[in-house]
Design a protein around this ligand. Structure first.
Ligand SMILES: Cc1ncc(COP(=O)(O)O)c(C=O)c1O
Length: 416
């Protein structure tokens, strides 16, 4: 692994090696994570990183752009084909930047926007006060219904009528259910607002046509190529053709400078891979695994928020186990299972404590794990929750984690 780095910077090499050991020996269940194919590792580390370019194919500010133009056009065409979109921009350095680009394309500072509450499933860039979006624009938040824990569409409509937003944002980081895009699109139309969907988490499931696509309903769709798309660490935006020029201008020079061609090439590969049958089958298994995990954990005395999941993630309410999210996250990490603490709807705890955890199945599924392994993992989670102060039992679970991960090798042979 990294033979040149090993020779010239052993300190850094050891840090990467430590992280690789963690990834290889642990059970990764953070819902935003996946293991990228080696092609993505190669492209992101390729000589394309040497090229500085601003602008877009046919309209550059530096010479020497012929090959990179071909790569960007290929990536754009693949993104459009994969999602059936009229227009694509693949320059966003991250999912957050993708969102800021759309805001910059259609909003003025102070404009009113409707977005989902961060503590009920939204994302920081959907108007949180600690994020640039919440400081520049007048975000009004909608949330979920207390009874069903699913989006309160009546509230979305009421707030839209009351505040006449210029934009409505849907999508989020910890929402386990399918969103009714048509319904929100109708609400947006009724108040003459733009409609944007942030599909960062679920883009892979949308690409595999396993859950509904927001593309036919939204003016703009933003995403990362990480998470379920399981690829490059960056973002992209899809939109109706009529908004293409505005979007490009907002991306560069609006919110970004020169592009990252090495990552854009990895995105282009990510889109191609997402068209394969093998990838689709993996995404179908991701959902089956999440549903299996939710079902078994429910029988073990955890409360599953919304009662289950339609996608790759589930939110566990830990109050029946008398645990906080922070306690459970730490306890699971100590045995080699990685999850993150997460607010549950109407959570009485603070964000750094929380009453819940978010669990995702993309990474473990890409290692080959199926329903049977989800049963084993659910059992380990239950054992940890019920024996958090019993060092002997925790040690035994840590051994079980090692045994399970060793049966599903990661990047075998690639780093030898
Ligand atoms: C819904 C959603 N949008 C945007 C982002 C931001 O992506 P990035 O971390 O690449 O900026 C995330 C990341 O967690 C997300 O969950």
């Amino acid at each position: 692994m990294l033979p040149s780095v090993k020779k010239s910077d052993s300190e850094l090499y050891e840090i990467v090696a430590e992280e690789f050991t963690r990834q290889r020996t642990g059970i990764e269940m953070i819902a935003s994570e996946s293991y990228v194919p080696v092609e993505v590792l190669e492209l992101q580390g390729s000589i394309l990183t040497n090229k500085t370019l601003e602008g877009f194919p046919g309209n550059r500010y530096h010479a020497g752009h012929k090959a990179i133009d071909k790569m960007e056009i290929l990536g754009i065409e693949r993104a459009k084909a994969l999602f059936g979109a009229e227009y694509a921009n693949i320059q966003a350095l991250s999912g957050s930047n993708a969102n800021h680009s759309v805001y910059a394309a259609i909003l003025e500072p102070g404009d009113t926007v409707l977005g989902m509450r961060l503590d009920q499933g939204g994302h920081l860039t959907h108007g949180s006060k600690v994020n640039f979006s919440g400081r520049v624009y007048n975000f009004i938040s909608y949330g979920v219904s207390k009874e069903t824990e699913t989006i309160d569409y009546a509230e979305v409509e009421r707030l839209a009528k009351e505040h006449a937003p210029k934009l409505i944002v849907a999508g989020g980081s910890s929402y386990p259910r399918v969103i009714d895009y048509e319904h929100i699109s109708d609400i947006a139309k009724s108040v003459n607002a733009y409609f944007m969907v942030d599909m960062a988490h679920i883009a892979g499931l949308v690409a595999a046509k396993l859950i509904p696509s927001p593309v036919p309903y939204a003016d703009f769709v933003t995403s990362t190529t990480t998470k379920t798309l399981s690829g490059a660490r960056g973002g992209f935006v899809l939109c109706k053709a009529a908004f293409g020029k505005k979007l490009d201008k907002a991306t560069f020079p609006g919110v970004q400078g020169s592009m990252h061609p090495q990552v854009m090439a990895a995105k282009a590969f990510t889109f191609k891979r997402a068209m394969t049958e093998e990838y689709r089958a993996c995404m179908a298994q991701v959902i089956r695994n999440a549903q299996k995990l939710a079902q078994v954990l429910g029988t073990y005395g955890f409360r599953v928020v919304t009662g289950g999941t339609d996608n790759h993630l589930l939110i566990l309410d830990l109050r029946p186990k008398n645990l906080t999210g922070a306690q459970f996250e730490n306890a699971l990490e100590s045995v080699g299972i990685t999850v993150n603490k997460n607010m549950i709807p109407f959570d009485p705890q603070k964000p750094l404590v929380t009453s819940g955890v978010r669990i995702g199945t993309t990474a473990v599924t890409s290692r080959g794990m199926k329903e049977n392994e989800m049963g084993l993992i659910a059992n380990m989670m239950k054992t940890v929750a019920d024996n958090i102060d019993n060092a002997q039992i925790m040690e035994k679970v840590a051994k079980d984690v090692l045994e399970l991960s060793s049966r599903f090798p990661l990047y075998e042979g690639y780093f030898e």
